[in-house]
Design a binder for this molecule. Structure first.
Ligand code: SF4
Length: 418
């Protein structure tokens, strides 16, 4: 059985990139979360005298400052790049091709006057700051988290982003606000929550100003109740209104969004209803594809041959056919693992997981006690990756499969209602 070994790093190191541009300014096209993470990473390796700017497709941002960096008019930025005074870095996921086409049409040369952010190395890490075990919570203490962050910074000097959630509910951690501040001192961070905590915990987290605060939800009203057995719809809506109110109060640096995970029973009318609610509350909403999370369950279904078993409830929840997606994933089996850029994944007990898709196994019991190179060697030798790749789960990403193979794995909403 073929195996595609993992790599410890892909893309060009930020410092190396900037050393090749000693006399040029850097202009990042895209002032959203991605562009801001990139700005933070690149500025940490700035050469003396090197200047950094944002530009954006939204003219309302021109002549403002974001994260203390000026936002240039896009036309001006293009002229600067065309004249060889600046390098434009496109950093708007999903619009790279159209932005590149616009720049080429304006006479700019790819890889000379402009580049895409994809060529840069963007190592990310996960610190799951809390884990629920039934009614109890295992929360990473603040001092442990601070030590982990210091080691992360030493291990990965160009750390691009830190996810503080993993498979846990970060608002369960009573030290979350301090953890967000400590993380923000070394890298931008995201908090993803199902809003199962009360308002004071939500307020403290927002006031600590993570770069991104994501509310993740699996339905609207009845489908919410069905898909979130430990949640309460009325309380969820009340807390979402509170998030909206906080957003209005805080002219903040935190980007707040709601991620609506589409399953078989919650697209169509329920999705539209949530979109209307978010519109009313002024909360940006993004549509995402619901999976069987974590991948441990999907792997078990593959190993036991239960992917097509009508008695197996998980695949039937999905808005897409797991069986069909696995067929396409197997076509891509010889391609690299899609998630290897995100490492290490540190759990609330200080152990290190194999990757952010799986809850198990652990590579090491204590991140603080292991040299980073040794940790990378453990990952490169991990049997679990071989098992995962046997079923092509390292390529099971519905968006990627649809885009690569020009297929539709998700039927239109009308036909997905149960
Ligand atoms: S377990 Fe699978 S998805 Fe995770 S790093 Fe290994 S090959 Fe990639």
């Amino acid at each position: 059985m073929s195996f595609v070994p993992l790599q410890t790093r892909t893309g060009t190191f930020a410092g190396e990139y900037l050393r090749a541009l000693p006399d040029r300014d850097v202009v990042i096209w895209g002032a959203g979360v991605l562009g801001r993470c990139l700005m933070r990473q690149l500025r940490a390796f700035a050469l003396p005298g090197q200047r950094f700017f944002f530009t954006d497709s939204n003219p309302a941002l021109y002549e403002t400052r974001i994260d203390d960096q000026p936002v240039l008019d896009l036309e001006l930025a293009m002229r600067q790049a065309h004249a060889g005074h600046a390098l434009l870095v496109t950093a708007v996921a999903g619009h790279l091709k159209e932005h590149a086409a616009r720049l080429v049409a304006a006479g700019l040369r790819a890889d000379e006057d402009f580049v895409s952010y994809l060529g840069l190395s963007r190592p990310e890490a996960v610190i799951q700051v809390s884990t629920r075990h039934g009614d109890t919570v295992d929360a990473m203490p603040l001092d442990t988290c601070q030590a982990v962050l210091a080691k992360l910074k030493a291990d990965i000097p160009d750390l691009f982003h830190v996810d503080l959630s993993g498979w846990g509910e970060p608002l369960d951690n009573p030290c979350l606000a301090d953890i967000i501040r400590a993380t923000g001192a070394i890298a931008p961070c995201t908090v993803t929550t199902r809003l199962l905590a009360d308002k004071p915990a939500i307020e403290q987290a927002l006031r600590a100003a993570p770069m991104q605060f994501v509310v993740t939800v699996d339905g609207f009203d009845t489908s919410y109740h069905t898909n979130t057995p430990d949640g309460n719809w009325e309380i969820f809506v009340e807390r979402l209104r509170f998030v909206s109110e906080m957003q209005r109060q805080m002219v903040g640096k935190t980007e707040i969004r709601l991620r609506y995970n589409v399953f078989r029973n919650n697209d169509g009318a329920d999705f539209d209803a949530m979109r209307a609610l978010c519109g009313e509350l002024g909360i940006r909403m993004v549509k995402a594809i619901g999976y069987i999370d974590p991948y441990d369950t999907t792997l078990r279904l593959c190993e036991t041959g239960a992917v097509d078993d009508p008695a197996s409830p998980q695949p039937r929840r999905l808005a897409w056919s797991l069986r069909e997606a696995l067929v396409w994933a197997r076509v891509d089996r010889e391609r690299p693992c899609l998630c290897q850029r995100i490492f290490p994944v540190i759990h609330s007990d200080g152990s290190v997981g194999i990757c952010h898709l799986y809850a198990q196994p652990r590579l090491h019991a204590r991140y603080m006690a292991v040299d980073f190179e040794a940790l990378q060697r453990l990952r490169l030798a991990a049997d679990h990756c071989r098992v995962c790749q046997r079923y092509a789960l390292h390529r099971l990403d519905v968006d990627v499969l649809q885009s690569r193979h020009a297929i539709h794995l998700i039927p239109p909403p009308e036909t997905t209602h149960a």
